[in-house]
Design a binder for this molecule. Structure first.
Ligand code: ADP
Ligand code: MG
Length: 239
């Protein structure tokens, strides 16, 4: 089980930029939460604080009720996927997916089954011997996801994972990612600037503007009953 709680969380960078401004947000166990907003509104900064890659300037980030910064990476159980994949180009797909297992000391003979299971679930079981350079963009993103989930994280964080792909592939992967995440039952915080992506994938959407949370709700709620004019305009809600 895994829940995320942000309590009055702010992030002010040393140059004075207020990236996140007193955000209160709860993500329930097994929930698919999308953080939506235009570039620069603080989405990545929030995700990085949840991942423990960045400390909050004030307020608290709680994972299962415990302060995120006091947990070890293992206790956090977080896996993260970025838009630029960041696969190891010199390693096979098999070794890319298996890398986190290797690092955490899983014996080689036990890794194979786990890698194959994840690869099969992602539809890349037939390219395990290839290197990233020999794959399509969609396959590379699936490998990145495989590498993130192979250790069965409690919490899955994704930062605009589809933004470098063409629109047809994006639509395909949207359905795949939300299907897979729900199948695994893992709690997910997914960042995007794409309204359609957010509304089709999310259990709930949190809409940000300049570091301030504007609205939180199911896609039907935020689209049908936007909390502010900004949210209505941003989502293109009917008037
Ligand atoms: P998003 O992911 O929504 O595009 P970010 O969280 O990356 O937004 O950035 C939020 C704001 O914080 C932006 O104004 C950005 O320029 C600023 N910012 C991000 N990282 C830093 C940093 N290390 N130092 C100063 N400002 C930063
Ligand atoms: Mg970002």
């Amino acid at each position: 089980m895994s829940t995320v709680e942000l309590r009055e969380v702010s992030k002010v960078f040393p140059d004075g930029t207020v990236a996140v401004d007193r955000v209160d947000l709860e993500v329930g166990d097994g929930e698919f939460m999308v953080l939506l907003g235009p570039s620069g509104c603080g989405k990545s900064t929030i995700l990085r604080m949840i991942a423990g890659l960045e400390d909050a300037s004030s307020g608290s980030v709680l994972l299962d009720g415990a302060a995120a910064e006091e947990l070890t990476p293992k206790e956090r159980g977080v896996a993260m996927v970025f838009q630029d994949f960041a696969l190891y180009p010199h390693m096979s797909v098999n070794d890319n997916i298996g890398f986190p297992l290797k690092v955490s000391g899983v014996a080689e003979e036990r890794r194979g089954d786990q890698i194959r299971e994840v690869a099969a679930a992602l539809g890349i079981g037939d390219v395990l011997g290839r290197r990233p350079g020999q794959l399509s963009g969609g396959q590379r993103q699936r490998v990145a996801m495989g590498r993130a989930i192979v250790r069965r994280p409690k919490l899955f964080l994704m930062d605009e994972p589809l933004s470098n792909l063409d629109s047809q592939l994006r639509a395909e992967l949207r359905a795949e990612i939300s299907g897979l995440v729900r199948e695994l039952g893992v709690t997910c915080v997914y960042v995007t600037h794409d309204q359609a992506e957010a509304l089709t994938m999310a259990d709930r959407v949190a809409i940000l503007r300049k570091g301030v949370l504007q609205d939180v709700g199911t896609p039907t709620e935020v689209y049908g009953k936007p909390a502010t004019l900004y949210v209505a305009a941003f989502l293109g809600s009917p008037r």
